[in-house]
Design a protein around this ligand. Structure first.
Ligand code: HPA
Length: 240
């Protein structure tokens, strides 16, 4: 039993979808999983396990920010032997290459967090998505005609950054959106030699000020969850 999740080892599936919001974990489980069972509620960070087309999948909240994601991803990999985690979240667009409602496949995650500075010292480590997961997700999206854009995310420690100028520089270097968790997830997946990918819908555009309505956010989010679930199903069927 881990410290912050506390479920028994066999209660967590080898594949995990991680929204930031624990209520989203419940919604994913109730909407898409068969026979979902709640496996944790410690600190309100809900987790559920069920099956999707016969594949066991857990939906577990990560909370907001890299320290929170770091705790849950670490325990999932270390204590529950999880093989792949897909973060399913939202991000703010910082590039004119993406619009609100787009889904970004985060192939890399630049960060202003100190977490990797304390791991790697003077070396600037490059947190990256698992190539196989990203490739499968792109394939699934193409076949389902779901428009996705692959590119870099910026995992920031700030939601309210008093100096927002860095996002302009990052956009010039191909970074598409800002969120707060992917870099920690990618680094931990690398540490434990597991797979991870972050897929994020664009909820707001930092350049144009455009925002999605609650209804649009919900619809795009649903499409993205199906993309993530189908990606896991295809990964599992390949490894059989
Ligand atoms: N910043 C950080 N995280 C986010 C944002 C943002 O603007 N939008 C959605 N998640």
């Amino acid at each position: 039993m881990s410290t912050h999740i506390g479920a028994a080892p066999d209660q967590i599936a080898p594949y995990v979808l991680m929204p930031g919001d624990p209520y989203r974990a419940r919604w994913i489980a109730e909407t898409f999983l068969e026979d979902p069972v709640q496996i944790t509620d410690i600190r309100g960070m809900l987790g559920f396990t069920g099956t999707y087309h016969g594949v066991r999948i857990t939906a577990q909240g990560s909370g907001m920010g890299q320290p929170s994601m770091g705790i849950y991803a670490h325990e999932l990999f270390q204590d529950y032997d999880v093989q792949a985690i897909i973060r399913v979240g939202t991000c703010g667009a910082i590039s004119d290459r993406v619009s609100v409602r787009d889904v970004i496949l985060g192939t890399s995650a630049s960060t202003d967090s100190a977490m990797n500075r304390s791991r790697f010292g003077d070396v600037t480590y490059a947190p990256a998505a698992d190539f196989e997961l990203a490739r499968i997700a792109a394939e699934v999206a193409d076949q389902g005609m779901l428009p996705v854009v692959a590119g870099g995310l910026f995992s920031s420690d700030h939601f309210y950054n008093p100096d927002a100028s860095i996002t302009g520089t990052l956009a010039q270097y191909g970074v598409l959106g800002v969120e707060m968790e992917a870099a920690a997830l990618y680094t931990l997946a690398a540490q434990f030699s597991r797979r991870a990918l972050a897929v994020c819908t664009v909820s707001d555009h930092l350049l144009t000020g455009e925002e999605t309505s609650a209804q649009e956010r919900q619809e795009t989010f649903e499409d993205m969850i199906v993309l993530a679930l189908d990606t896991i199903e295809r990964l599992e069927n390949r490894s059989r």
